[in-house]
Write a protein that binds this ligand. Structure first.
Ligand SMILES: [Zn+2]
Length: 386
């Protein structure tokens, strides 16, 4: 999947980021359009105008893709799924969701919302291209025609049943609706997606060998589909093993907590050194968890100089996402970005007092153990609850 992206805007409360790859793609497409496409379409265009037109086309395309992603985001929100971020990267956009649809109907509406926007955009540009008067400057009509064409092409590609493309999500939603089970539907859709990905790689490679450089592009898309489909299938397996398993079943307990008013020096000499644990819950006067203090965190966040006097309450990671109840579903816990970032969470009782710590290592160990037992075997309480 794409590397780290940086934020460029916040629209309707949803952060929009661009991956460094996106910049490369903007440059590459501007070059391809400015160098060969527009000089061919607009006779006698100057190189400067051609490249400017190329850049304008790519940026307009960027807005169309953003509109597509917002189509998904608005529908997701209506169904109570939070969109964490919209990322623009190599192949277009990705909406990072927190959680998944709970009904195949929701998934279907979510999957179709993006392509519906793209279809609308393509139709608008198509209609504009047809309705533009003959006196329109050729540069403008070329720009409009290109948008109609490229949005149409994206629509077709996007609706291929190649999970995780939108068409593949539609396929999954339909399979899910028919069988009533999401996981097998995800696995089937991911296999079909992988098949499509391999076909695209093969076709792209053949095209490239036959002298068409854009074949490389098709192969690259195929490659990402194969990778992403594999990740989705893996995610479905993890979900299968861990949903219905509660945090209390995998946590390490009992746990030793550090009072928030302890200084860093006290925490080190009374807790970190004698116990040699990598992390401790931090508690307020009433014993309720307020955060997590780990060796890594303290090493990177403690100020230099008078560091030892700093209160632990100020140094701890106080992201509320890192505090979970004993009944937290482990599959849901894995979806928390804070848990992925820190690798640990504090497990608390009904009164908010720490009763254990759960780490990624605990979860991975459990996964390996469940895999030993084969499909669904040995899941203990999880199997009953799931
Ligand atoms: Zn989409």
């Amino acid at each position: 999947m794409p590397g780290r992206s940086f934020r460029i805007a916040r629209i309707a409360g949803i952060p929009v980021g661009v991956s460094p790859w996106w910049i490369v793609i903007v440059a590459l497409f501007t070059w391809v359009l400015g160098d060969s496409y527009f000089p061919e379409v607009v006779k006698g265009i100057s190189p400067a105008a051609s490249y400017a037109l190329g850049l304008a086309s790519v940026l307009l395309l960027f807005l169309s893709i953003l509109a597509h992603e917002f189509g998904h985001a608005i529908v997701a929100r209506r169904h109570g799924i939070e969109i964490e971020e919209i990322d623009l990267w190599l192949l277009g956009g990705v909406s990072r969701m927190r959680g998944e649809a709970h009904e195949p109907g929701d998934e279907l509406r979510y999957a179709l919302a993006g392509p519906a926007i793209t279809a609308l955009v393509a139709a608008c540009f198509g209609a504009a291209a047809l309705l533009l008067p003959a006196s329109t400057p050729p540069v403008l009509s070329a720009l409009v025609e290109y948008q109609a064409y490229v949005n149409g092409a994206i629509l077709v590609l996007n609706l291929l049943p190649a999970f995780p493309l939108d068409g593949g999500r539609v396929l999954r939603a339909l399979l899910w609706r028919r069988s009533g089970q999401m996981r097998p539907a995800t696995e089937t859709a991911a296999s079909v997606g992988r098949g499509f990905g391999y076909v695209m790689i093969a076709l792209g490679a053949l095209e490239f060998l036959a002298g068409a450089p854009l074949g490389l592009w098709l192969a690259l898309i195929g490659f990402f589909i194969v990778m992403a489909a594999g990740q989705q299938a893996m995610g479905a397996q993890v979900e299968a093993a861990l949903s219905g398993v509660h945090a209390r079943e995998l946590m390490s307990a009992p746990v030793v907590s550090i009072p928030a008013r302890s200084s860093l020096a006290q925490a080190a000499s009374e807790y970190f050194v004698p116990y040699r644990y990598a992390a401790f819950p931090v508690v307020d006067e009433s014993g309720r968890a307020i955060g997590l203090a780990s060796v890594d965190r303290l090493a990177s966040h403690a100020p230099r100089g008078r560091a030892g006097e700093q209160a632990l309450g100020d140094l701890a990671d106080r992201d509320p996402q890192l505090i979970v109840t004993t009944e937290e579903d482990v599959a849901r816990l894995l979806e928390r970005p804070a848990f992925a970032r820190v690798g640990r969470a504090v497990v608390v009782d009904d009164a908010g007092r720490p009763v254990g710590l759960i780490s990624i290592t605990d979860v991975q160990r459990a996964l390996r153990a469940y895999r030993l037992g084969g499909d669904g075997a040995g899941r203990g309480a999880g199997a009953l609850a799931g």
